[in-house]
Design a protein around this ligand. Structure first.
Ligand code: SF4
Length: 483
């Protein structure tokens, strides 16, 4: 199988998207709409669970939201005014239906459905202990650990059991939980993964990004705070902060690449921040060039910022085909290398004889950058300069983002000169970590106000299950062995 979005293949892959609604007629249909807007956060599988006041109903499927949740019979099978949903790209646990969320269990306190964005970085250790005490796991997902911790807690009420469970986990979690008593939305104390809250008439909505509120016609109310639990029971909404307060460290990569540019994150327009990163890049790494060309689509806002700051004209030098499906079964190796051109092609007439500066959001393995530089040269570019709107990605993420093992990250293997040679560019520069913070109107002195560990190696939590050489995919194998 050849992915026909090869420029996106060499990226850190975002994790998951979650959505929940309480108090709306047709809650499942609204959830499907919201998940559709969050599809970029996970394209492998999708699921929705609804509650009709008596029973929970679930539909989970491999593939996109459209195609699975645009069918009347599926939505009719998810009745009720409360629903939550999940789009998934597997970060821990193999790609299998049993790992597709929301996960559900019948506990002594009643039904419990959970949708999780993030990764529990001590889930393996907790799982071993739970299995030793008799827990029987149904999936290899780290999220199921939370369910077993709730089930085995000695506290009496569901809320106390849930808080007890969360106090035992480390890592990143934004969660939407449904029980017969109501809905709970929460973020880990560091607020690593995002979660926002909105209103639609009398209904309360939670979502990973504000674009999911927009698509439903809901109004953005506020972000769920790091360490906050928002509890919705009918029309009553309560907020509690049961954890010791710590300085938040939201994932800085949300502004670099993960979130949609039309989202508002941390009270800032993601699009505006990306433009500002591009402007910083132009200040830090100017180049004598004729054209600024974005690597589509994620490089576009930073390229606009770079062009405006530098005065070099912005042009669409790479054209993206919008008529190619997500994947393409390729007939043989001979065709495989043409995959890049299937979706993106150089705008030859524009590029011929020009000195171009290409803007991309990040370099992970470097294989895509190499292909793009080659594409520019084949189209007749006189010089090809590459500018990257994030610092070098040198470390793996253990907080719900799919990163290759460290040894495969180009910037972990090579210095700047080596990377420039590898991609065959005339020059290569990355925005500095200080420049990235500046674009976010923040400073990185003393205590960083974001998680930036994939650039700096400064992980904001302990990593009980992992060391720097492990990948989160190894979790699935370990989980199988422990189960
Ligand atoms: S390590 Fe990188 S991708 Fe992972 S949460 Fe931190 S900033 Fe985000």
């Amino acid at each position: 199988m050849l992915t026909t979005n090869p420029f996106d293949d060499d990226k850190l892959r975002e994790e998951c998207g979650i959505f929940g609604v309480s108090g709306a007629t047709g809650a499942a249909a609204l959830t499907a709409l919201g998940l559709h807007a969050l599809q970029h956060r996970g394209q492998e599988a999708a699921g929705i669970t609804s509650f009709d006041g008596t029973l929970f109903h679930t539909h989970r499927a491999m593939g996109h939201v459209a195609g699975n949740f645009d069918r009347d019979d599926v939505i009719r099978g998810l009745p009720g005014e409360v629903a939550c949903g999940h789009v998934r790209y597997s970060t821990t646990g193999e790609t299998a239906l049993r790992n597709v969320q929301p996960l559900y269990a019948d506990l002594s306190t009643g039904g419990f459905a959970v949708a999780h964005n993030g990764n529990i970085s001590n889930a393996m250790k907790l799982r071993r202990e739970l299995v030793r005490r008799g827990s029987i796991f149904q999936s290899t997902s780290d999220t199921e650990t939370i369910i077993h911790l709730v089930a085995t807690s000695n506290y009496r009420t569901l809320l106390d059991r849930f808080i007890d469970a969360l106090k035992q986990v480390e890592g990143a979690y934004s969660l939407i939980v449904m029980t017969p008593e109501g809905m709970i939305a929460c973020r880990d104390p560091l607020g690593i993964r995002p979660l926002v809250m909105g209103r639609l008439d009398g209904a309360v909505i939670f979502a990973s990004e504000t674009v999911a509120l927009d698509v439903c016609g809901a109004t953005f109310e506020r972000a769920v705070e790091p360490g906050e639990l928002v509890i919705v029971q009918g029309t009553e909404i309560r907020s509690i902060h049961p954890f010791q307060a710590v300085s938040p460290r939201p994932c800085i990569f949300e502004w670099v690449y993960f979130s949609r540019p039309d989202s508002i994150a941390g009270d800032q327009s993601v699009y505006s921040v990306r433009k500002e990163i591009g402007a910083q890049l132009a200040i830090e790494a100017p180049v004598d060039a004729d054209l600024v060309i974005p690597v589509p689509d994620s490089g576009v806002p930073a390229a606009i910022g770079y062009a405006q700051q530098s005065g070099i004209p912005f042009e669409l030098g790479i054209i993206r085909s919008h008529y190619v499906g997500r994947t393409f079964i390729q007939p043989g190796d001979k065709v495989r290398h043409l995959g890049v051109k299937l979706k993106h092609n150089a705008n030859r007439a524009l590029i011929q004889g020009k000195k171009v500066v290409l803007i991309d959001d990040s370099i992970v393995r470097g294989t895509t950058s190499l292909k793009i530089v080659q594409m520019m040269r084949e189209a007749g570019a006189a010089e090809v300069h590459m500018r990257i709107a994030s610092p070098p990605t040198r470390h793996s993420c253990f907080y719900g983002v799919d990163t290759p093992e460290r040894a495969k990250l180009l910037a972990a293997k090579l210095d700047l000169g080596g990377m420039t040679d590898f991609i065959h560019a005339d020059s290569l520069s990355f925005v500095s970590i200080e420049g990235l913070y500046k674009a976010l109107n923040a400073a990185r002195d003393g205590k960083p106000s974001y998680c930036d560990a994939c650039f700096t190696g400064d992980y904001p939590t302990t990593l009980t299950d992992h060391d720097e050489t492990a990948t989160v995919d190894q979790f699935a194998m370990l989980a199988e062995r422990v189960a």
